[in-house]
Design a protein. Structure first.
Length: 194
């Protein structure tokens, strides 16, 4: 080995190869690729064996300076999620609140009034009765005696029959009302909200 100083620093000369030995072989790219491929096959085989055990696994790969490390661990159980929904009642669209018909006197079952303006339509026919009669219909609350009652007159006519439509204005919106019909004739009444 000879040291010869230059502007770039010392230079070293390698000794000749020993006699009788073949020159060293260069490692080809195929051999390195084969080793990498073999490692991948072993890795995939290990993952396959772990998966066939029936347990769920999570693989997390983190890149850090230096070699790459892959950690495979059993997956945590998924948290249970409970979803509940509350039924939402849609308000009734504008339309029929009550439609009822009959013969003779009747008080309907109570129903709730949700609007302060209603339209009432009625028909009556006394031909089966044989003569004209009084036809009276009121929309009223059940508590007429306590001073908080509401009584909206829909009809009060005398005749052989007829029909009409009128607006009524209930005072206790959100309260229960019923129809009180007084007649001996056939009749029908329909109440609509606007």
């Amino acid at each position: 080995m000879t040291d010869q100083p230059t502007a770039q620093g010392p230079t070293f000369t390698l000794p000749p190869p020993p006699v009788g030995l073949p020159p060293p072989r260069k490692r080809g790219g195929l051999k390195i690729a084969g080793m990498i491929g073999g490692g991948l096959v072993l890795l995939l085989a290990g993952v396959g064996i772990g998966s066939s055990a029936g347990g769920k696994t999570v693989t997390n790969t983190v890149t850090v300076p230096g070699p790459t490390v892959t950690v495979t661990a059993p997956a945590a159980a998924a948290p249970s999620v409970s979803v509940s929904a509350k039924a939402v009642t849609k308000p009734k669209p504008a339309g029929v609140v009550l439609s009822v018909s009959g013969t003779g006197m009747k008080n309907t079952a109570p129903f709730t009034i949700a609007s302060g303006i209603l339209t009432a339509s009625y028909t009556y026919n006394c031909s089966s009765y044989g003569s004209s009669d009084n036809f009276i219909v009121d929309l009223q609350t059940p508590n007429q005696s306590n001073g908080n009652g509401d009584d909206q007159q829909i009809a009060n006519v005398i005749g052989n029959g007829g029909s009409a439509t009128t607006n009524i204005y209930p005072q206790n919106v959100g309260s229960q009302y019923y129809l009180a019909v007084q007649t001996d004739c056939n009749w029908s009444v329909t109440i609509k909200s606007p």
